[in-house]
Design a protein around this ligand. Structure first.
Ligand code: NAD
Length: 251
């Protein structure tokens, strides 16, 4: 079933963008939702906007910091109960030619996109394994499979490939203990992250559209049914998969 009635879901980086859309979808299907973001004021606005039949709360977290992640898991559990669904969505991108990329930039991208997914999966995973059930959805990217010429984002591409392999590794370790781990690899979806890239390089949109067989960018709400599918019992025999949703870009 696609129902998430009575479930508790945490979505990282859900103050805006794809995370916000996915949090709304999980709430719609009956889950109480925690908007876990480093931008707490925006997360609070987002949580307030979700207030429907289910509970929505904002919890401040920096996913790169293990103590902060542990505190977030404790806060969500205290306020909503044990966590059934974790969506590891927080992610950043920094574009620069590889030969000019400062190590600090490289490390920032790895810290959010890889350490963040690992730390949240580790601490929420411990709780899920103790209870013998849980579902984790990691947000990878088509950039983990194909290099988007002409973008120069080696760190981003490497982390997103890493997210898909981390997904498989966790899935296999936890497969017979009730915890399923899958990933979504979106193509270009129209969010602030993509708008920032286009502000710097407006000519890029034409190249993207040319390379996307469907001839358009994705709409953030197009992820909603997929995240509900992977977060619910509807996908009960799936684990370790990365589902690509990119208008045909990587085909
Ligand atoms: P966005 O920049 O609009 O939102 C990212 C959110 O993450 C923000 O609310 C930000 O405050 C939060 N965040 C950043 N660092 C954090 C940290 N250390 N701890 C907690 N929260 C933090 O981005 P988006 O476009 O919505 O992307 C969401 C995810 O989807 C990312 O992982 C991104 O790589 C992935 N993705 C996006 C696209 C796209 O086209 N937009 C395509 C493929 C994959």
């Amino acid at each position: 079933s696609f129902s998430l009635e009575g479930d508790v879901a945490v979505v990282t980086g859900a103050a805006q963008g794809l995370g916000k859309q996915m949090a709304a979808a999980l709430a719609e299907m009956g889950a109480d939702v925690a908007i876990a973001d480093v931008n707490h004021s925006k997360a609070s606005e987002t949580a307030a906007g979700l207030g429907g039949e289910t509970e929505a709360i904002a919890v401040e977290v920096d996913v790169t910091d293990e103590a902060s992640v542990e505190a977030m898991v404790e806060a969500v559990t205290d306020r909503l109960g044990p966590i059934d669904v974790l969506v590891n969505n927080a992610g950043i991108v920094e574009n620069s030619p590889a030969e000019e990329t400062p190590i600090e930039s490289w490390r920032r991208v790895l810290a959010v996109n890889l350490d963040g997914v690992f730390l949240c999966a580790k601490h929420v995973g411990q709780q899920m394994l103790d209870r013998g059930e849980g579902r984790i959805v990691n947000i990878s990217s088509m950039s983990g499979f194909d290099v988007n010429v002409p973008q120069k984002q080696a760190s981003y591409n490497a982390t997103k490939a890493g997210v898909s392999m981390l997904t498989k590794s966790l899935a296999v370790e936890w497969a017979d203990r009730g915890v399923r781990v899958n990933a979504i690899a979106p193509g270009y979806m129209r969010t602030d992250l993509v708008d920032e890239v286009l502000e710097e390089n407006p000519e890029m949109e034409e190249t993207w559209l040319e390379n996307t067989p469907m001839g358009r960018l994705g709409r953030p709400e197009e992820l909603q049914e997929l995240v509900v599918y992977l977060a619910s019992d509807a996908s009960s025999y799936m684990t370790g998969s990365t589902v690509v949703m990119d208008g045909g870009y990587t085909s």
